[in-house]
Design a protein around this ligand. Structure first.
Ligand code: ADP
Ligand code: MG
Length: 672
């Protein structure tokens, strides 16, 4: 902020009478101001030429509509002349950028308005501190000075009152304290007593005169000759032109030259870290605005909450499902390869392909990369025991198959490789079959009729949830040899499961198997599935699915974002006057922008956190009542949700924030 040197100049010696020997502090030269109105131009100020010197107290008097406020706004750098020049301490204001003008307003001018223009949701002290926040002053220094100023203006006991709890005279005194907060070398008061009773008005005038004696330059606008009589210099204005400019000899000239000069500097030392403080204050202001409109904020947030909940829970559901599938698959062991007849998964002719045989199984078993190869055949059967009959699935398997699937017996034993080789008529039944067929009876050693073949039960499997078996189905397992010869009367296999030996990669084993079987069959009439490929295809399928559903969930987030934008636009419109006040006391465009942007981001961020938290809560409740629903929350999805919600705040808050920062301060102030 190294641009403003306006007041660094050596102040002139001696400050005697109007203009005599001193350089003007404010200099207007042929200032004109016209408004566009109904297609035509209406000139309100017709070439005002005027110089004001340090330490003066000037009253500008004129009837209503004569252009006093228009002139005052130009003097205070809230407005620009359409023609002519206006210099502050020698610098032409037309050369200054908006931020420089904001700095001028903030550090050197102090505004006092007819309607006080205090911020309703802030206490007296907080109102007084606003200009110093924009100046980047540390909190404790601000608190010290605001308390001092309020004390001095007789409001020591009302520091924490809101404007609505103060009388008009008290509010005006708060606004005087605010004007003085950053120094207020030049105090601009537009009808400061206009809304006050005679007594309060007199008090305010007394304060202004006192300030003038201490060295503040005071410019005061009034339509009341009695008020104007308090000033040493009275300028009469009529229809936008100066009618007279006279010294009021009844008022003594202030003596304290020393004082007035010492006042011409910034009361605050520039501090680093001011940026952080400004940010913090913008944050607090945004928070207060949100709290002040609780219901509306909550409803706006609801859109974001729902959007975030949708995204997070969809991702958690998809992850949960895919993790569950993965866990089931990896419980099979990651180094198994299954060979099926047919050309691919779901090949309708695979049932007719009969080339996968026991000889293939034996050939595979002999390979060095094969730890074990087991066959399986499968068919639906009728189980009978006494007068009980049940539909069941009979699986002919190798002895190894139990190891591959991790099946364990709760009673009896599994069959051995020898029993498989001997076509033994034994079987292992699952828990369901044991319950249904035998009830409380011990099934071991008993005989079952499978279709018409008798089998001896040698073992019962432990009850186990398996993704491949319906929980209410009955399954029995028998040597595949016996199954093929006695039950199915077929000489081909439904599948071969190869367990890859340690030290061999699944991919290499897969390729070798393909080569081997192709040379044996003369063509590829089989297909291969390893747990690796299954996992890969499942994870890519779940990813696609998750992305698709997330895209839909994101739409709800965008809708939430539009809600935020809508509310922020309303908020800007509603708080136009507040924005005007903040600009008048020195907020830069970037300060206003930051305030609204932070507000939007906060609504979205809080909504985002609430959405994540609610998803956890709702998710836990659902999981408690429906255990089959598996949710897997990832830190990444939570992070992404929070990131997305702040991004939405920035994107959708940007337009309202920008339109707020671009408001014309005069028009904003005029809004009620
Ligand atoms: P005063 O403060 O002396 O009562 P103002 O400076 O407020 O008078 O207004 C002077 C004239 O300029 C009035 O006739 C008013 O209608 C006109 N005027 C003020 N502001 C605007 C504006 N934004 N657009 C058009 N005309 C305006
Ligand atoms: Mg006016």
């Amino acid at each position: 902020m190294g641009m403003l040197n306006l007041f660094a100049k050596q102040a002139p010696d001696g400050l005697t009478s109007v203009g005599a020997g001193a350089e003007p502090l404010l200099q207007l030269d042929g200032v004109r101001r016209s408004y566009m109105q109904g297609g035509g131009e209406l000139e309100v100020l017709h070439g005002i030429t005027l110089s004001i010197y340090p330490g003066e107290m000037v009253a500008i008097i004129g009837p209503s509509g004569s252009g006093k406020s228009t002139l005052m706004n130009i003097i205070g750098c809230l407005d620009k002349p359409t023609a002519g020049s206006y210099k502050v301490n020698g610098t032409d204001t037309s050369e200054l950028a908006p931020d420089d003008l904001a700095t001028l307003r903030r550090d050197f001018f102090g505004f006092i308005f007819q309607r006080y223009h205090l911020l309703g949701h802030l206490s007296a002290r907080e109102n007084v501190e606003v200009p110093s926040i924009y100046a980047g002053v540390k909190k404790h220094k601000r608190a010290e000075r605001s308390a001092l100023l309020l004390e001095r203006l007789g409001l020591g006991g009302r520091i924490d009152y809101k404007p609505s709890q103060l009388s008009g005279g008290q509010q005006q005194r708060v606004s005087i304290a605010r004007a003085l907060m950053n120094g207020g070398q030049i105090i601009l008061a537009d009808e400061p007593t206009g809304a006050l009773d005679t007594k309060s008005g007199a008090e305010v005038m007394k304060i202004l005169s006192e300030l003038n004696r201490e060295g503040h330059t005071i410019i005061l606008v009034t339509h009341d000759p009695k008020i104007a009589a308090c000033a040493r210099r009275i300028i009469a204005i009529e229809d936008g032109s100066i009618k007279s400019d006279e010294i009021n000899t009844k008022v003594q000239e202030p003596e304290s030259e020393e004082h007035s000069h010492s006042m011409i500097k910034n009361v605050w030392a520039r501090t680093f870290g001011a940026f952080y403080d400004r940010f913090k204050e913008a944050f607090i202001m945004a928070w207060r605005a949100m709290v002040a409109n609780r219901m509306r904020t909550l409803l706006t947030m609801l859109g974001i909450i729902i959007g975030i909940m949708a995204v997070v829970s969809v991702v958690a559901l998809a992850r949960g499902a895919s993790e569950q599938i993965m866990a089931n698959i990896s419980s099979l062991g990651t180094n198994t390869i299954t060979i099926y007849p047919g050309e691919r998964m779901g090949d309708v002719r695979s049932g007719r392909v009969r080339t996968l045989t026991e000889r293939d199984l034996n050939a595979l078993s002999g390979q060095p990369f094969v730890d074990s190869a087991s066959a399986s055949v499968q068919t639906s059967v009728l189980l009978r025991r006494g007068n009980k009959e049940f539909d069941a699935t009979a699986q002919g398997v190798s002895a190894d198959m139990f190891r591959v699937y991790g099946y364990v017996t709760s009673q009896g034993r599994l069959f051995s490789a020898q029993e498989v080789a001997r076509n033994s008529q034994v079987c292992v039944i699952d828990h369901n079959s044991a319950q249904n067929l035998f009830g409380a009876e011990d099934p071991i050693g008993k005989t079952l009729l499978v279709n018409t073949t008798p089998l001896a039960v040698i073992g019962v499997l432990e009850e186990k949830d398996s993704p491949f078996v319906r929980p209410d189905s009955l399954n029995i397992y028998m040597p595949y040899t016996a199954a093929m010869t006695r039950l199915f009367k077929q000489n081909y296999l439904s599948s071969i499961v190869v367990r890859v030996a340690d030290g061999f990669s699944t991919a290499v084993a897969e390729r070798s198997i393909v080569t081997l079987l192709r040379s044996r069959h003369g063509r590829q009439d089989f297909f291969i599935q390893s747990s690796d490929t299954i996992m890969k295809s499942i994870s890519s399928a779940t990813l696609t699915f998750t992305l698709l559903i997330s895209a839909i969930a994101v739409i709800s987030l965008v809708v939430g974002g539009i809600g935020v934008m809508n509310i922020m636009l309303v908020s800007v419109t509603e708080r136009t006057r507040e924005i005007g006040i903040r600009m008048a006391v020195g907020a830069r465009q970037s300060d206003i922008m930051a305030q609204f942007l932070i507000e939007a981001v906060m609504v979205c961020l809080i909504g985002g956190f609430a959405g994540v938290a609610l998803t956890f809560v709702v998710g836990s409740i659902v999981q408690y009542f429906v255990p089959s629903v598996v949710l897997s929350f990832s830190a990444l999805s939570v992070l992404a949700a929070v990131f997305t919600s702040s991004a939405i705040g920035i994107v959708f808050g940007f337009m309202p924030a920008r339109s707020a920062s671009r408001l014309n301060p005069i028009e904003a102030l005029a809004r009620e």
